[in-house]
Design a protein around this ligand. Structure first.
Ligand SMILES: Cc1cc2nc3c(=O)[nH]c(=O)nc-3n(C[C@H](O)[C@H](O)[C@H](O)COP(=O)(O)O)c2cc1C
Length: 207
């Protein structure tokens, strides 16, 4: 079984990752540490303070997976290229953040509001970026039944792994998650893509 550390903005930073590794030791380390999201800068000038979190020298021994919060597919693809330049392989796209300040800009789970824009975003990402790309998603905006249509869109792209936060955007972090029916169909999608994708998720060198 693989053990992944979920990202929490403002908490699971490089210091947390190092402390986690120190105190849990080699047997307790996560197989992947998903880093809290960063947004690609629109002017394509990297912000030093943000990038310091992801500097390989600041994350010794930690298999880190960077996460992007973006709504412009070409900009996201550019940033994925920058991250690949630092030696990262898998990059995760955040389509799950429910925070009002994020969703008001049409980012995070706000991306799930408009299937056409979601499809165009993923098309631009996959047309312009190389290597493994994973996605973290919610089941929808208002109700879990939205997930079938969202999944149809994900199935068009070679997403190397889908992580599901089984709530909808409106729930924020409260209440029950969606039932196994919704999650089950997502799991089968992830398995399908593992078979079809050229790239495998995870840290390590690109093939
Ligand atoms: C304060 C906070 C910050 C979070 N930041 C991120 C983030 O940057 N990226 C992300 O994908 N998920 C983020 N999450 C979601 C968590 O990774 C996780 O999916 C969620 O907390 C699981 O739900 P639960 O806490 O109800 O078990 C955050 C959650 C919290 C509470």
């Amino acid at each position: 079984m693989n053990y992944y550390a979920a990202p929490m903005e403002g908490l699971t930073d490089r210091v947390w990752r190092q402390a986690h590794q120190k105190w849990f030791g080699p047997a307790g380390n996560a197989d992947r540490y998903y880093a809290p999201f960063i947004s690609p800068p629109e002017n394509r000038v990297l912000i030093k303070k943000k990038m310091a979190e992801l500097a390989p020298a600041a994350n010794p021994g930690a298999p880190v997976i960077p996460q992007l919060l973006a709504k412009d597919g070409e900009l996201a693809a550019w940033m994925i290229g920058e991250l690949r330049g630092l030696g990262y392989t898998e990059v995760n796209l955040n389509l799950g953040c429910p925070s009002g300040t994020v969703t008001a800009k049409g980012k995070g789970s706000g991306m799930l509001r408009d299937p056409v824009k979601l499809d165009a975003f993923l098309a631009a990402v996959f047309a312009n970026a190389e290597g493994p790309i994973s996605v973290k998603t919610r089941l929808g905006v208002e109700k879990p039944e939205e997930f079938a249509a969202i999944l149809d869109i994900y199935n068009r792209y070679p997403i190397c792994e889908l992580t599901i936060h089984p709530r909808v955007m409106r729930q924020l972090y409260r209440g029950q998650g969606g039932g196994p029916a919704h999650v089950g169909s997502a799991v089968s999608a992830a398995v399908r893509h593992h078979g079809g994708s050229r790239h495998h998720c995870g840290p390590g060198a690109l093939p």
